[in-house]
Structures are given as C-alpha cells and as structure tokens.
Design a protein around this ligand. Structure first.
Ligand SMILES: [Zn+2]
Length: 166
C-alpha cells in the first residue's frame, strides 16, 4: 500500500516537472522569436524621451541617438554605444538581457550607453577605462544613471572611424 502511494507521488512529481520544463522551454522559445513586450517597449520609449530632455537641458544637444534592441550582441554585453564611420551614433541593447532584469536595462544600461553617445557627440573619444573617464561619469550622473561606475570591466564602446582625432 505504502509503495503504491509512493509510486503515485513520484508519478505526480514527474508530470509536474515535465509541465514546468515544457512551459519554461516554450517561454524561452517565444521570447527568442518575438520582439520585446509592448510594456517594455513603452518603458524604453519613455526613458529615451527623458534622456533627450536631459541631453538638451545640460548639454544643449538636440541630436537624438537611436536606441536599437538587438539579439546580435555578444551574450556578455548588456548594451553598446557605436560611433560609425558616417558619424552616426547608435545605442544597441542586448534583447536577451531584458529577460533577466528589465529595470536594470532601462534605468542603468540605457543612461550608461547614452552618456557614451554624448561623449562621442562632444568629440571625446577617450580610451581611459575603456571609455569611462571622469567626464563620462559626470554625464552619466546628469542623465540620472543609477550606477555610473567608472571602473566597469566591460568594453561597450565601438569607434568605427580611423581618423577621428583629426
Ligand atoms: Zn560603458
């Protein structure tokens, strides 16, 4: 009798675990295939508006730096600021990182990368701390960045122009 109950119990555990795994797999699968939820997109849009306002308020820069969500960034990266050869400045966000912590992406990563974009726009291409000199930190703080840490150990800027110092 006891053995039968135990069997029943294990069978139920196995069924529940299978359902859970299928659900998690399905969740990953749909996340990978679809764009970010409308809710997150709206939060990014609002943050972008706020940053455009602060950028003009403190630096008198009217330029808008596009924020592009992509799943093609290196998995270790949260975001990246890219200065292209045609002087275009774009901010890329790693879509897959939104799954872990969307608030971190929006309140920390976006202002962090936006500060890099402003540095580029002001003509500062410093390599100090991989592009995180004191000036970058001051800009990041003005943008209400939550963690404007200068000694981050990731390389998140890309400058695609050979003669930027001319
Ligand atoms: Zn950075």
């Amino acid at each position: 009798m006891f053995i039968q109950q135990l069997r029943k119990f294990f069978l139920i555990v196995v069924i529940i675990a299978t359902i859970l795994l299928t659900y998690l797999w399905y969740d990953d699968y749909t996340f990978a295939l679809n764009p970010l939820s409308k809710d997150i997109q709206k939060k990014i849009y609002k943050k972008h508006q706020e940053l455009q306002y602060l950028t003009y308020k403190y630096f008198k820069i009217k330029r808008v730096f596009p924020i592009i969500v992509t799943d093609e960034l290196d998995a270790s990266k949260f975001g990246m600021a890219v200065y292209s050869q045609n002087r275009q400045i774009n901010i890329y966000l790693n879509k897959n990182r939104f799954k872990e912590n969307e608030n971190y992406m929006i309140d920390d990563v976006i202002p962090h990368e936006y500060a890099h974009a402003i540095m580029f726009a002001l003509g500062n291409f410093s390599n100090e701390n991989n592009g995180h000199p004191k000036m970058w930190q001051d800009i990041c703080k003005k943008l209400n960045g939550l963690r404007c840490d200068r000694f981050v150990n990731h390389k998140d800027i890309l400058i695609e122009k050979t003669n930027i110092f001319k």
